[in-house]
Design a protein around this ligand. Structure first.
Ligand SMILES: Cc1cc2nc3c(=O)[nH]c(=O)nc-3n(C[C@H](O)[C@H](O)[C@H](O)COP(=O)(O)OP(=O)(O)OC[C@H]3O[C@@H](n4cnc5c(N)ncnc54)[C@H](O)[C@@H]3O)c2cc1C
Length: 486
């Protein structure tokens, strides 16, 4: 009889682990509480307005291609990808904008438009970030080790010093660019990692580089097409999927786990378990580990899905709106647990590039506002209306007009709802944050310290957050499970 492996949760990490283990000798079962796989990467259909609930952009396509190649196909065979370029447009309250493009000539012209010295700055930044990127991905990101020494030495001390681990992302960007707005734009990736650019390690300057180098993409039909295609692959590979099946707890005995109890109290037994449920939730709820100390988490988000009764041609696919004082806003959200008066936000209008995502001559608008973690007591219904009014007012300043009457469909997901839907600890949108002491060997391990046959996968474990990282997380945990089984 085959050994049984249970994966709790069908988010991207769980899916990837299932696929990376599908050629092994296990009988693999995925248990997902919702009626759809994907977790945060889910789908919402509001009368023909099709929205991706979480991820709105696909980056690092090679990571997905590697996964597909492992099971004998490829990203291009499975999905029709559309390149989104210009990639992102950034807006400031004084009317200034900055447009990111993976076309080097266009990007360089845009940098020079803001500061004549920043054309050279861009070239220096790219060359520096390219080195950091290759050291990171060749040696560090997917290393399954809890030993800082092993981690450091595998990359070589000289390389480590070049990574900018001990300098902030902002000071790393300051080394290359003069214009504060360009620095703010490139630094804005920090928010998704759970810090401000002046707090997070400089190594994360590789994030904007990765997007410029490999581009931003949208699968035709939206991001959820990726999940659907991976689900088909799971079935083809023989993985058994149980949807609408909530796991109540993990059955433990001394230093082993034995199986799971479902919400209806049915007990199912297995040989190994991988939990894709957000790691702190796994520890607190599924294992009831009272000693577990939660890592610092990334902020929450409030997200809006608006069906708009007209085309919005003057909004790009991806736009980021900065407040007057971005540094202050980051501090308010991430350190002081306040929603600032002047809010930063992100908007995606995927239906501008893929007409199948909205009814004819209409637009689907996704809005994301970062909010503090300690937000449980907010009256979210009232608060979400107030914040949406602020967003619409701000858009008006940039001559992007959405009147209340234009909104014909609307759904809102508050941090509380994000938590309830997918088990996200404290409603944190992106999982454990990525400060220096929560990356690499310092991040929560993907192997339980206490239970020999229990593993973790997903955004709050190693290597980190975002769909590509969760796919890599699946690959890393598969390696761990196979080592354990030798
Ligand atoms: C608003 C938003 C925007 C984002 N934008 C992007 C983007 O543009 N690009 C990008 O790459 N990334 C983006 N991300 C991040 C990305 O979505 C996540 O990093 C990734 O999807 C997390 O995957 P995961 O493996 O941690 O699984 P999760 O998504 O956390 O899924 C865990 C699964 O476990 C299930 N589960 C929970 N409890 C139980 C239980 N008791 N029993 C059974 N099942 C259970 C849940 O229902 C869920 O399906 C975004 C995230 C959010 C929230």
């Amino acid at each position: 009889m085959k050994n049984k492996l249970f994966i709790i949760g069908g988010g991207m990490g769980g899916i990837s682990a299932g696929l990376y283990l599908s050629k092994s000798d296990f009988e693999i079962h995925i248990f997902e509480t919702n009626s759809t796989l994907g977790g945060r990467a889910n789908i919402l259909d509001l009368d023909g307005f099709i929205f991706d609930t979480g991820p709105s952009l696909l980056n690092y396509p090679w990571v997905f291609d590697d996964l597909y190649k492992f099971i004998g196909t490829s990203l291009n065979e499975e999905l029709e990808l559309q390149k989104i370029d210009p990639a992102i447009k950034y807006y400031w309250p004084d009317g200034e904008t900055f447009q990111l493009s993976s076309d080097l000539t266009k990007l360089s012209q845009e940098c020079i438009r803001l500061d004549s010295r920043d054309g050279i700055g861009l070239l220096n930044f790219l060359s520096d970030a390219r080195k950091k990127y290759s050291v990171s991905f060749d040696n560090l990101v997917t290393q399954n080790t809890q030993s800082p020494l092993k981690w450091f030495f595998s990359a070589g001390l000289r390389n480590i010093l070049k990574l900018g681990l001990f300098r902030s992302m902002e000071s790393q960007l300051n080394l290359h660019f003069k214009n504060k707005k360009i620095i703010e734009a490139f630094g804005s990736y920090a928010m998704y990692l759970g810090g401000a650019p002046h707090d997070l390690p400089g190594i994360f300057s590789i994030l904007p580089f990765g997007e410029l180098e490999y581009g931003l993409w949208l699968p035709k039909g939206g991001m959820y097409k990726l999940v659907e295609s991976l689900e088909k692959s799971l079935v083809k590979q023989g993985v058994i999927i149980h949807k609408n099946t909530k796991v109540k707890n993990i059955i433990k005995e001394k230093n082993h786990v034995k199986g799971i109890t479902l919400i209806n109290d049915e007990k199912l037994y297995c040989d190994q378990i991988i939990s894709n449920v957000d790691l702190p939730t796994t520890m607190n709820k599924l294992l009831e580990d009272k000693k577990f100390k939660s890592p610092k988490m990334t902020p929450g988000v409030i997200t809006y899905y608006l069906g708009i009764n007209k085309k919005l041609d003057n909004l790009e696919h991806h736009s980021v709106f900065f407040p007057k004082n971005t540094k202050f806003a980051y501090e308010e959200i991430m350190k002081n647990n306040n929603i600032p008066e002047d809010i930063p936000f992100y908007i995606s209008v995927a239906s501008n590039n893929d007409l199948s995502l909205a009814p004819k001559n209409k637009s689907g608008v996704f809005i994301l506002i970062p909010v503090p973690l300690k937000n449980k007591d907010y009256a979210w219904d009232k608060m979400s209306e107030q914040l949406l009014s602020k967003v619409l007012l701000r858009l008006r300043k940039h001559k992007i007009i959405i009147n209340n009457e234009d909104i014909i469909n609307k759904e809102t997901i508050s941090p509380k709802k994000w938590e309830d839907l997918f088990g996200l600890h404290m409603g944190s949108a992106f999982g454990a944050s990525h400060n220096l002491f929560q990356v690499g060997p310092f991040r929560n391990s993907n192997k339980s310290k206490k239970y020999k046959n229990l593993f973790f996968v997903g955004a709050s474990t190693t290597p980190g957050t975002g769909l590509p990282m969760c796919v890599l997380s699946g690959k890393m945990v598969a390696e761990r499970v196979l080592q354990n089984n030798e």
